[in-house]
Design a protein around this ligand. Sequence first.
Ligand code: IFM
Length: 776
Amino acid sequence: MLNYNKTLTESLKNWTFSEEKFDPLLLGKCESIMSLGNGYMGLRSATDEPYIGETRNLFVNGTFNKFDENEVTELPNAADVTRLDLFVDGKRFSLEQGSTQDYSRVLDLRHAELVRSFVWESPEGKQIRYTFRRFVSLDQVHVIGMKLEVTPLNGEIDFTVRSGINAQLSNTGSQHFHEGEKRIFDKKYLQLLQTTTESKVDFVMHASHQFKLQGQAVELMPKMDIDRRKIAMEYSCKIASGETLVMEKISTVHTSRDKAFEGQGLAVMREAALEQLKQADAQGYDALFEQHKQAWSKVWEQYAIDVETEQPFDLLAIRFAIYHLVVMTPAHDNRMGIGAKGLSGEGYKGHSFWDTEIFILPFYIYTRPEIARSLLEFRYLGLEGARRKAKENGYEGAMYPWEAAWPTDGEVTPVWGAVDIVTGLQTKIWSGFIEQHITSDIAYAVWHYYKATGDQDFMDRYGYEMLFDTATFWASRLEWDESASRYHINEVIGPDEYKEHIDNNAFTNYMAHFNMELAIQYYEELKATRPELLTSLEEKLGLAAAYGVWTDKIGQIYLPAPNENNIVPQDDTYLTLETIDLTKYKKQKKVGSLFLDYSLDQVCKLQVSKQADIMMLFFLLENKFSPEVKRANYNYYEPKTLHDSSLSLSTHSILAGDFGDIDLAYDLFRRATEIDLGPNMHSSDAGIHSASIGGIWECIVMGFAGVRMLDGHLHLNPKLPKSWTGFKFPLYWQGARLEVHVTRDTLNIVTVSEQELELIIHGSTIKFHKELNVQF
Ligand code: IFM
C-alpha cells in the first residue's frame, strides 16, 4: 500500500510518497517507482537486505552489450553496491522474521533521497530501530551514498554487517561481464574492474565504509573477502542499548563510455576513479548529500511547475514525473537516448522508442531546449544504423530502428515475445520489421524542435539531413497500387499494436506524407535562400534526384479520408472487423487481460485497439482535421481502446480537453498519473513507464494549458479542471523563458526577455513585451 500524504516536514508537503507496510510479494513496485538516478546512472531501489523475488539493478546509460549472437543488445546490469547482509546476535536480519512496527519507506522527490525506517523485533525479542538512507548524487554523478543507523532499544546486541560490491548478477540470466579484477586498498577501499563481453566497455566500481558509534568515529577491523564476482568486507561490533551505530557507505561508478576518459585508457580511469572515491569518502554522506540537495534545488527552480488544487495528488504526480524525467535522461551525452523504462528496470532492455520523440521530447523542447537538442543529436548519430536498416530491407535513405540502443547498433528489437495462448509457441515480435512510423515520428520531432526554438545551427548541422534522408526512405517505401492509381503503405503496424500486417494505417500514411512534405518545403527554402548549404547536402545525400522523386510521388499517397460517418479508417480493414463486448476488459485491473481469452492473432481480427492511434494522428497533425471529424472519431475509437499501452491515456486526455470535455480530460489525466504512482502494486515491476511520465507533463501543459505549436505559432488554450484553481509552469519559446500562470479567468505570462513575443490565445493573436495579462 502506498501513502501519498506522508508529511515529514511542512516543506516536504506533496513532495513525498511512501510504502507503509513491507510485503515480500510486492517488491517490484517500489523498487521501480522509488528508483534513484542522475541521468548518468540509475539505481533500482531494492531493499538493502536481500529477499527472494527482488531485482537489484544498476544501469549506466549507454553501456549496451550483447550477451550472444541470438540476443539483442541491452543495458547490462552492473555490479550491486546496495546489498547489506545484517546479523543480530549471529542471526540474519530479515523482515520476514520477527515483527515490525513504524515501517515506512519514503521517496523524498525534492531532495531525491530514499529513507526507510522501522523498529524490528527479532524472534528472540531484541528490539532494534533501523534507518536506511540512500541517494545517487546529482552533483557528483559517479557517486552513490548510503547510510545505515542501528539502535538497539532493549539490550546490547552483537551486530555484523557484510557489505561490498557484488557482481553475481545478470539481466534475467544473461551475464554481460567478464570476471574482472578485484582488489582492496588499505583494508578500506574496494575496487572491482569488469569489462562487458562484446562491447568491451570497462566498468570501474569502488566502495568504502566508515563507522560512528554515538557520533564518534570508530575503526572496525574488517574481515576481507574476495571471491568469484564478489568483493566484500564484514564488520562486527557490540552496540549497547540506546546507542546508535552509523555506517556510511560511499560507492563510485565509472565506465569507459565516460567522455572524460575517452582515449585515456583503463589505468587513467582506474586511478581517477579511486581518487574520486577517496575524496567522496573523506567528505562523508552528509556533506555529499548537501551538495546533491543543492543540485536538485536548481532542478526544481528550472522546472518550477505548480498546481493550485484541492487534490494534492495532482501536484505530487507532476513532481513525480519531473523527478523521473531528470533521473532517466542522459543530458550529459548526445550518444545516449532515453529507455522506455528509463533506468529503473530491465523492461525493454534500456532501448529507446518513439516514446522519446513524441511523449518526452516536448517536455524538454519547452523547458530545457538544450537537452531536447542532445536527444535529437542521438537520433542524428543513429542515421548510420537507420541507413543500414533501410538498405537491408531494400529501401533507400534512413529507416529508423523501432528500438534503438547505441546509436550505430541499428535495429535491436527482440524477435520473440510472450506466449500465444492458442499454440503455446512464443509470439513473434513484428514491430522491429514493420512498425515503421518511428521514422516520421523522429522527423516530426526535428521539425517541432526547430519551430519552437528557432535553432538554425541544429538544422544546418543535423536537422535538414535527417528530414531529407527520412523522406527518401518513405519515397522508396511507397507501393504503387495500379487499380487505385495511388501509393499505398502496406504490411505495417501502426501505433495500435493490436493490429499487425495491416495496409494503409492512417497514422503511418499521414505521417509519411508529412515527412515528405517537410523535406520538399525545406529543400525549396534552402534552394532559394541557402544554395551553398543545399549543394553540400546534395553532394552528401544525392538530393537532386531525391527531390524529383519526392515531388512526383507525394501527391499520389493515399491519405484515408473520413467516411460518410466522419470516421477515418484506422487501416484498410479495421472498420470491417468483428466487434465484441469489451466491458470486462475496459474495467480490467491489470492491463492485457484480453490475452487471457484471446491470442494476438485473434485480437488482430477484432475492432479493439491497444492504444491511441487515430487520436495520436489528430494530436500531432491537428490542423489537418476538423473538430467534427475529431469528435466523431473519438466517440468511435475511445470505446474500442483498452489503453493497454501506457502511451494511450495522456493522448486521449489531451484530445478530450480539446473537445471541451474537461471532466473526462481530468479523469483520463488522473488515470495516466496512476500508471506508475497509483495503488496497483504490480504495474511497474519491470520499470517505470517513461512515455507515460512525459505524458503527465503533456496532459498539463499541452492539455489543460492547450500549448501547441501550430504552423510555427505558439498557441495557448487554457482550461481548468474543476478541482484546480490555477497552475503555473515555465515555457521556452524561441529562446525566451516565459512564466505562465493560469487561473479560472486569467492568464498571466511574464518574461525577462526583451523581445516582443506573439502568441495565439484562444484563437486571437496577441503581441506583448515582458508581461501579458488576459481576462477570460
Ligand atoms: O513504444 C511503445 C509502444 O507504443 C507500445 N508498446 C510499448 C512501447 C515502449 O513503451
